[in-house]
Design a protein around this ligand. Structure first.
Ligand code: FAD
Length: 303
């Protein structure tokens, strides 16, 4: 499914998507191919592939997105960031994405390099997500392919970690939407009230495109502590206490994580979320359990 088709499906059926990241080693790549064959059988509407901060995994984003589409027959998306890229480099990446037949892009600014607080725009490059969205739309026009790409942008229910206030962050989100985004995928969160409050505020400032909750099933207590400390998402106290007892036991953490994810996803769907974007962490077995548990809710909502 193309991001530009989201609005067509909204209110008809929930859109389920997965997000994976390119592995660093050949062995990791082989494992991922195996996991993808199982994830594809769960029939997500699309699978997105993240774009590494810098270095070796970047080239693999398009290879994997292409594999997902052409070998596994599932629509895919390439994430793309402004990090370390000039405008002309962005054009050649976009041309490669076009040539590979991948039609969805998750357009992001990217994070500052590790240890640095502020994002510094590359020379002849961009400093914010809205500029990248504008660039993609301009590229399409210049190459005679208007609205070829479906574009998703990131939204932050608990505000972006650098933003001083949610209101300012929302104004910046609107810049990305006004530049031509089709859909907003959210940062992970564990308390659904953050999502529903966010959607209310997004609508109040005139954003009408779908806002898809991004959910990360917990597979390890240490891993989720590290991830949330980087992205600024909060773990509710009750969940945190449960996880604190599993710091040395990933199987136990995973069980807690799966139950929590099922509960959170059912609540989101029953309260009208237009779909769920799962950060699947390159594994499939937990997603089998989660998708099985959601199947009744998903069937009920398909018209
Ligand atoms: P922006 O929209 O540019 O926002 C960044 C900050 O700048 C915010 O505080 C915002 O309020 C402010 N801001 C925005 N526009 C303006 C403006 N015009 N003027 C002044 N201030 C402004 N990172 C990766 O490296 N690779 C990935 O593949 C990746 N995938 C992601 C997928 C999702 C769904 C999400 C939620 C995040 C992902 N990230 C990824 C992380 C993302 O790159 C970081 O969160 C990054 O810090 C911000 O990216 P952004 O596109 O939201 O930036």
């Amino acid at each position: 499914m193309l991001f530009s088709d989201y609005s067509k499906y909204e209110n008809k059926r929930p859109i389920i998507s997965f997000e994976i990241f390119p592995p660093k080693t050949d062995r990791g790549y082989d494992n991922l191919k195996f996991e993808l064959s199982i994830l594809a059988d769960l029939h997500p509407d699309f699978i997105t592939v993240t774009y590494g901060a810098m270095g070796t995994t970047r080239d693999k984003t398009l290879d994997i997105a292409s594999l997902i589409k052409n070998q596994f027959g599932v629509e895919s998306a390439c994430h793309l960031t402004c990090v370390g890229a000039t405008k002309s480099e962005l054009n050649s990446i976009l041309q490669n994405i076009y040539d590979a037949g991948v039609r969805n892009i998750v357009a992001l600014r990217g994070d500052p390099p590790e240890g640095e607080k502020n994002f510094i725009a590359p020379e002849d490059g961009y400093s914010h997500g809205n500029q990248l969205v504008e660039h993609i739309r301009k590229f399409e026009i210049e190459t005679g392919n208007k609205n070829y790409f479906g574009i998703a942008v990131a939204g932050y229910p608990e505000k972006h970690i650098e933003a001083t206030e949610l209101d300012l962050d929302l104004e910046n989100l609107k810049r990305k939407v006004d530049a031509g985004a089709d859909v907003i995928l959210t940062q992970l969160f564990f308390n659904n009230d953050y999502y529903f409050d966010f959607v209310t505020r997004v609508r109040e400032i005139g954003i009408t495109i779908p806002v898809i909750p991004g959910i990360m099933p917990i597979l390890s207590a240490k891993q989720i502590q590290r991830i949330t400390s980087m992205c600024g998402a909060t773990i509710p106290n009750e969940l945190k206490e449960k996880l604190d007892s599993t710091l040395e036991d990933d199987n136990k953490a995973r069980d807690i994580g799966i139950k929590q994810c099922i509960q959170q996803s059912k609540d989101l769907l029953s309260r009208g979320a237009p779909g769920i974007h799962f950060y699947v962490l390159n594994k499939s077995s937990h997603m089998i359990r989660i998708m099985e548990a959601l199947s009744d809710e998903l069937k009920k909502q398909r018209v």
